[in-house]
Design a binder for this molecule. Sequence first.
Ligand SMILES: Cc1cc2nc3c(=O)[nH]c(=O)nc-3n(C[C@H](O)[C@H](O)[C@H](O)COP(=O)(O)OP(=O)(O)OC[C@H]3O[C@@H](n4cnc5c(N)ncnc54)[C@H](O)[C@@H]3O)c2cc1C
Ligand code: SF4
Length: 323
Amino acid sequence: MRPFEYTRARDAAEALGAYRPGTMYLGGGTNLVDLMRLGVARPDRLVDVSRLPYDRIEEADGGLRVGAAVRNTDLAVHPVVRARYPMLARSVLSGASGQVRAMATVAGNLLQRTRCSYFQDVSKPCNKREPGTGCPAIAGDHHNLAILGYSEHCVATHPSDMAVALAALDARVLVTGAGGDRAIPMPGLHRLPDDRPDRDTVLEPGDLITAVELPPPPPGASRYRKVRERASFAFALVSIAAVLDMGEDGTVRDCRLALGGVAHAPWRAYLAEEALRGAPAREEEFARAADAELDQARPLPHNGYKVPLARNLIVRTLLELVP
Ligand SMILES: Cc1cc2nc3c(=O)[nH]c(=O)nc-3n(C[C@H](O)[C@H](O)[C@H](O)COP(=O)(O)OP(=O)(O)OC[C@H]3O[C@@H](n4cnc5c(N)ncnc54)[C@H](O)[C@@H]3O)c2cc1C
Ligand code: SF4
């Protein structure tokens, strides 16, 4: 690993003040330190933001405010999160391992980088790691990569499970930086790759995530489900965060659907949601809604299986949510 400076910030002002080009913020380090060991991340300076006073979960405006430095485990086991946002707790628990979750922070989870194998291998070209070098995944191994919203420059997927649940919950990510404070709605933090796959998010250099705000939970039943290659310690092939609110006449009053493992960002399935509102809550309608969304999919030669997988996951999860 190449040498770097390390400094620990006590508050946001100190963190922002310590930032200069070549600096990276350090959360739990469970992704960044791995990438530094691999030579993928090469910061000159680490500013440790894991001890900033953003380690609390507080009730606010009928919802919750979750500090950026809250550990993933503490979020998943928090009694209010478990009672009112079980889909969020489940999404966090479906990721990584107990040890990793105990270290990992909320902000770090959202900003973790893609697990595309070429991105992590500095002997290979990769537009995300080194813009302009090409995307070997398109003609190579892309079996677990994107089917929606990708570009000729990058077909990577975003790995965070938590981000998928936050996208379905209409959460907001609070950020402070050189331009002041702002709130970024989810989905919206993560970008599609277009011709700048090196930019995972809409954050500007030096921006510091301070918290995530959850509005009151949407009415209805919710669920997070994840399909992966093995039962634990694996990223999603396809995942879903779903909320279904039923009317008394057996029709869908409202719903929220977000997919993981299919795109460069959590994918909110707005077309499927639109197709479902007012429709009878039965299997044929759920399948029709899934098709409305997945008609946009452009699978690559070796990841076409994700289209029926996503379709089945949408249909099965919605069926489970019908009372
Ligand atoms: C073996 C393994 C399996 C895993 N499986 C899953 C999985 O299935 N699902 C899943 O979702 N995750 C999984 N993970 C990822 C794990 O959840 C992430 O490593 C973790 O959430 C990153 O959090 P961290 O605090 O350690 O971030 P760090 O590694 O410290 O940082 C990650 C990024 O966030 C930036 N950052 C950190 N804090 C801030 C801040 N406040 N403001 C701005 N930038 C900041 C850093 O600069 C860095 O770019 C897995 C990890 C491992 C090692
Ligand atoms: S899919 Fe994206 S991350 Fe993977 S090799 Fe191509 S450019 Fe790099």
